[in-house]
Design a protein around this ligand. Structure first.
Ligand code: HEM
Length: 284
């Protein structure tokens, strides 16, 4: 759609007359955006918490878009395009992890002062985050059950759950490029988590060795690095989240009914794309 057509077709972005005279506000939809922060208490830290939550949701949305683009590029045998999308995502991931800074000073009394504003709401219900985790290959039916009361969101998540992850798309690409990747690793039920496979580790080893010998194979090694960087950055976000929880909530239970920090601790050791980590255990 050309910009002129889009402007004709779209309804006015705002009914606030001032926006028409402020092109920046109009483009960024500021008068809408700035009505979306409504803390339930006077505790100043609540606005920080709310804004950081909203910012992270926007970044998860960007990540999901870029990781879906990367997956599509791999499916179309365009590894360089996939790397471009993953690298754009790395920037988003850095910004996501950096966003924890704005909550660094949140103390337990401040957090308690606004906890009742969100009641039983929990980040566990963040579906954009869950899309990102599914793209990273995480599969657990409980992650879908959280959305039992919202069928449209659940259906979209289920489609993601049953679709190839970034890693599945990468293995398919490797195979079409002539590397030895067994059928059952490529034609499989994508709703089952890939827990790692030595044959896939060998295929990645060959990718790196091939890249050393022959520059033409370098694009697959770049892809492996870009996937690894995405997995590593995701872990960093999760670790900063855990530290924020330790710092502002201690070991109290979470609003979703989990044990809180203890429950989160289990997730911060997770190696997404496990074969790329196993490769590091046994030489290179
Ligand atoms: C310092 C403030 C925060 C605290 C104390 C906190 C606490 C928690 C706790 C205890 C859980 C475990 C589930 C539960 O029982 O609720 C959780 C999960 C989660 N939180 Fe936070 N959170 C904070 C800030 C945020 C922010 C700003 C986001 C950004 C959207 C976020 C996103 C998530 C996500 C995505 C999960 C699910 C993680 C998973 O499934 O592995 N949290 N949080």
């Amino acid at each position: 759609v050309k910009i002129a057509d889009a402007q004709q077709a779209a309804p006015p972005r705002t009914d606030r007359p001032d926006d028409a005279r402020n092109e920046y506000a109009d483009y960024a939809q500021l008068n809408t955006l700035l009505t979306l922060q409504r803390p339930g208490t006077d505790e100043p830290a609540e606005l920080s918490f709310l804004v950081v939550t909203q910012i992270m949701e926007l970044y998860f949305t960007l990540l999901r878009r870029d990781w879906e683009l990367a997956r599509a590029a791999m499916a179309a045998d365009r590894p360089r395009e996939a790397v471009t999308a993953l690298r754009r995502g790395h920037g988003t991931q850095e910004a996501l992890t950096g966003a924890w800074e704005a909550l660094r000073t949140l103390t337990p009394p401040q957090f308690d002062a606004f906890r009742e504003s969100f009641g039983v709401a929990s980040g566990i219900q963040s579906y954009q985050y869950r899309h990102a985790e599914f793209l990273l290959g995480a599969r657990h039916p409980r992650a879908l059950a959280v959305h039992d009361r919202t069928p449209a969101i659940q259906a979209e998540l289920r489609a993601q759950y049953e679709a190839p992850s970034l890693y599945d798309a990468a293995l398919g690409l490797l195979r079409r490029r002539g590397l030895v990747v067994p059928d059952e690793l490529v034609e499989r039920d994508f709703g089952v988590q890939h827990e790692g496979d030595d044959r896939a580790v060998e295929a990645w080893r060959e990718v790196y060795h091939g890249a050393d010998r022959d520059l033409a194979g370098r694009d697959l090694a770049d892809l492996a690095d870009a996937l690894f960087d995405a997995a590593e950055r995701h872990l960093c976000w999760k670790q900063r989240h855990l530290v924020a929880v330790w710092r502002s909530m201690g070991d109290k239970p979470g609003s979703a009914g989990t044990s809180g920090a203890q429950w989160l601790e289990r997730g911060v050791h997770r190696k997404y794309f496990p074969d790329l980590w196993t490769l590091r255990d046994s030489g290179w």
